[in-house]
Design a protein around this ligand. Sequence first.
Ligand code: MG
Length: 400
Amino acid sequence: MSEQKSVAIVGSTGSVGTQSIQVIADDQENYRVTALAAGRSVDQLVSQALAIQPDLVAISDEALLGQVRDALPSSIEVVGGTGGLIECAQRADVTINGVVGFAGLPVTLACLEAGKRLALANKESLIAAGPVVQQARKTPGAELVPVDSEHAAIHQCLRANDVGKRVSKIQVTASGGPFRGMSSEELARVTIAEALNHPTWSMGPKITIDSSTLMNKGLEVIEANELFGKPAGDSGFDLTLDDIEVVVHPQSVVHSMVTYSDGSTIAQLSMPDMRLPIAYALSFPDRFPVAYGAIDWTSLGRLDFEGPDRESFPCLDLAYAAARTGGTAPAWLSAANEVAVEAFLKEKIRWVDIAEVNSAVLSMHDGGTGDTLAGVLDGDQLARRRAEEILQEQSFMRNS
Ligand code: MG
């Protein structure tokens, strides 16, 4: 009998958060949710807390603290603000960070610096603050297990080699999103509803838009470089950014691959279901007792692969460029992209303008190194201001 692990779910009302609750409900013998945290969704957070009865509940928006407190019994401690999210991450054995965007960074750092396991679904914190997060990863006891399905796949494939130093390539797979194969003319006219209609994965709106532009894949290349490339102290793999390739695979069954020096490729396959990487990040190095996304091989049919269309989807190469520049360049790109995607979702700009805004902001990067948290926060703020300024320009106004 293993000891029951306490789990904090930060971003509990989002897509990863709600699926994490389902996963833990499937193995209550080994896991208990002790903390729930959300940004602003009071009603959903309260109903989750009433059902689960955690020890601690946090709401990021402090103006809503009283509302949450009034709705919950006194047996549940309620805290607010970024400090509240941090408290959740410090107390549990495992923290699932499912916060959307840059706001997830304090949770990532708090969990790692407390020497706990971080099940990381928030890719932006790692991308924007690579050097700072790498430092926090060195804390004794700190463990980072990726929840992003591609990186969970790579994490598994890398363990097919005990030596760990004969990896020659990582192939990150991409569904290609809803606009795969479209011409630039067609792309100039796509709508929000079309961009939100992902062919294989059901996810939150921000990441779904990022999938449609291939920005998500670009950010995942940076993420893979941070997790498994040279800077990662635990891997020892002699990989550079160019060894991380993107392969379009429309069925989203192969979640990523690792190719070894002898030409052998190891892939991880399962039907698209985020509960599997969530369960993996909880149970690693053990395997979760419940199966999610198991393949029925008799009905699977074909699996297709092709190269990405780098011209129609320029966000992919913007990410490679940002990673090559290093320092706060990935933070700038990620921040610009958050602003641009929000503007697109509010119908202020067209889909094709997202890449334009990202490219313009990245070209203004000031050479910041991002070695300190203050430097990262400054870079993030500056990039957001630049993006807002660019959005004000007449050329990006929707009705111009
Ligand atoms: Mg992913």
